[in-house]
Design a protein around this ligand. Sequence first.
Ligand SMILES: Nc1ncnc2c1ncn2[C@@H]1O[C@H](COP(=O)(O)OP(=O)(O)O)[C@@H](O)[C@H]1O
Ligand SMILES: O=P(O)(O)OC[C@H](O)CO
Length: 490
Amino acid sequence: MSEASPVVLGIDVGTQGAKAVLYDLSSHAVLAKGSSSNSILPSDVPGRAEQHPATWLQGVREAVAQVLCGLDAARVRGVAVSGQQHGLVVLDAEGQVQRVLRPAKLWCDTESAAEAAELSHTLEWTLVPSFTITKLLWLKRHEPEVFARVACVLLPHDYVNLWLTGRRVMEFGDASGTGFLDVGARRWSEGAMDAVDPRVRAEGMLPPLVGPNEAIGTLLAEVAAELGLPGGILVAPGSGDNACSALGAGLAGDGATVMSLGTSGTLFARSATPILDPTGIICPFCDATGAYLPLLCTLNCTRVLEEVRESFGLEHAELTCLAQSEPPGCSGVTWLPYMIGERTPSWPHATGALLGLRPGCLRPGLLYRAAMEGSTLSLLSGYRRMLAAGLSPCDELRLVGGGANNPLWRQVVADAFQMKVLLPAEADSAALGAALQAAAIVEGATVAGYVAAHPLPSLGQVVTPKTEHKQAYEAALRLFEQMGAHLFAR
Ligand SMILES: Nc1ncnc2c1ncn2[C@@H]1O[C@H](COP(=O)(O)OP(=O)(O)O)[C@@H](O)[C@H]1O
Ligand SMILES: O=P(O)(O)OC[C@H](O)CO
């Protein structure tokens, strides 16, 4: 790598914080990483999960300042942003970044459960409250005075793009998580817009759609100065974090399946054709290369373990050490992890539940392991539903997201799924995926062409499943599914 080699910046605006990576266009390596943390606004309202968009911009400033530390910023040629999907950002007719009409309702906000049920009936496919369309209808019903002022609807990463470039656009990967996109035709669905309100279509509330291979604009001088970046560099369209993660985990180049253990739990594979599942278990997403990304998402993943960490005041490493000595299946202790309701299965009103408690079992290690197993079984149950809905089975998983840092969790996933678990060299796959998209655009290539020409470094560690644990996890899954259905299926 030469000292002066050009680099691009990939930024991921997640629920629990922003991450930035610098990717070297000559060596094709990640040169530096930065991060910042964020949290959901405290609220007593059941189901509410909101963040103020200004906190995303602050998170980007902090993560970028870290990643640029010691670097000649003149080397940065382009930037792309990945973001948590689905969140509803509403702007008025002036459309300025500073004039957000209310805090953003996030992907994990389930207040729009009634609107989701109503829209599912009208549009004849199962929409969960995560989808942006349900949140806009909720806004119309519950805050009509705010809805009356809405002129533009954006997703979290579109909002950051607006700040960077002054342009309001949406790209297909993230747009496919709104519920407003006709995924097969790749255009806004008139039926979906009209199901919320005639104004959505008549007033053009949804921004123009863009593909993955063209820059959406250039970095505005005043924002460049704030971030310490050169003004005028290219800004790529970015995408939803799952679509970017697919790029950063090397999915565009092969037929792998990725599981992400982040605030959300997700499982996805790339597909050349759209998979439209009326049951709603498989989300009909577009990817960030012009193809498709059938995806399963659970609302409760790493935050369930965080509950244990915060309750006992211990670190992940300490809890992991204690949990190692607890048996697979946790001696019958089952944690239904639905702390904030759930989207797969669609149980927005479910709660967390701990079952099978015996005297003396409220040990931090056992509870931590039960949280880890519960979040994993929730994904395994969803994976089996995906297979039943027509997805091809896979025989290994590529594991990314914050939870992939945990060696015990990797083994639990391998054992519960009875599959080999592979760790990509870069766990912050969404930020890396954004950087790869920016690299393609700076080099004048298509995203698919660029990632095919520059494969990611070979995978890191491989975790093999222990066949002796298969029965314990199958029994735990049966109990998990029976208890969940008994308590929450309506
Ligand atoms: N060693 C670990 N064991 C378990 N969970 C971890 C570990 N390291 C990080 N995490 C979890 O990963 C979360 C961050 O995951 P990430 O994929 O970055 O989330 P997001 O993009 O949703 O913000 C942290 O908040 C933490 O809960
Ligand atoms: O905060 P994350 O990274 O779990 O993102 C949320 C996802 O976009 C939900 O699909």
